[in-house]
Design a protein. Structure first.
Length: 251
């Protein structure tokens, strides 16, 4: 696996059930954490409906923006599982039945009607590679820089784990944080100055209430450990100048 300065990814969550609120998505956070460990930064996420034109356009757009694109959802055996067909159209590839996936599906006998439905999960764009599925179900697939996985969290997580070591990553983004019992407005101006002073570091502020007290957590992210420590020290000084005390420092 090669190491680059920065590698970005986009995530596409496909499914009307997510947009309607009937199903709560947990896949984004898992994918983002895993990819960060691999040196890949998630730059954008979209949740889109099971509409052919939307899936095709989004896949095409993301594939030109990012080094990697990960999709979840829409590769099951029902009428609204159209992701494989849409990805095929996005890359102008015919949709074919993969013999390896079909063999796996046929190894589990069932009625003819059910088997026809199950075999829909064997369809992939021509030229695709397969993503292993350690849970024992049908594979996911990838075509060019787009990786298509199941929407069920347990299955998606299993599929994603098999890609470890296979993708080109950049430098891992590290983080540190400090907390102060000060409102965001009390440190906003100086925090802005600090961000301008270190434009290559991501500095975020997150307000909270704890035991009836208002406070702010400052989270600093960078691929450079020395720079990370420098900005953390400056953030602590900023808090002190603002009349607070740096607490809960995590490096």
């Amino acid at each position: 696996m090669n190491t680059k300065e920065e590698v970005k990814a986009g995530i596409i969550i496909i499914g009307n059930e997510i947009l309607s609120g009937r199903t709560q998505d947990t896949n984004v956070s898992h994918i983002a954490v895993v990819l960060n460990d691999w040196g890949i930064t998630v730059a954008e996420t979209r949740i889109i409906p099971d509409i052919e034109s939307v899936i095709i356009d989004t896949v095409r757009h993301f594939s030109t923006l990012f080094e990697y694109v990960f999709t979840t959802g829409g590769i099951g055996p029902t009428h609204d599982d159209i992701t494989a067909a849409c990805v095929a159209k996005a890359f102008n590839r015919p949709l074919i039945e993969d013999p390896q996936i079909a063999k796996l599906i046929r190894s589990r006998p069932t009625s003819e009607e059910v088997m026809r439905s199950r075999l829909l999960m064997a369809r992939v764009p021509e030229g695709s590679g397969l993503i292993d599925n350690p849970t024992g179900g049908p594979h996911g697939f990838f075509i060019e820089n787009v990786y298509v996985m199941a929407g069920i969290p347990k299955v998606m997580q299993a599929m994603l784990s098999t890609l470890a070591g296979q993708l080109d990553g950049g430098h891992k983004v590290l983080s540190c944080s400090v907390t102060a019992y000060l409102g965001e407005s009390q440190i906003a101006t100086e925090l802005g100055y600090l961000q301008n002073q270190f434009p290559d570091v991501d500095i975020g502020s997150y307000p909270f209430t704890r035991n009836g007290r208002y406070g702010t957590s400052i989270v600093i992210r960078s691929t450079n450990t020395d720079l990370l420590d420098t900005v953390l020290q400056e953030a602590c000084k900023l808090i002190e100048r603002s009349g607070g005390s740096p607490e809960d420092i995590h490096r």
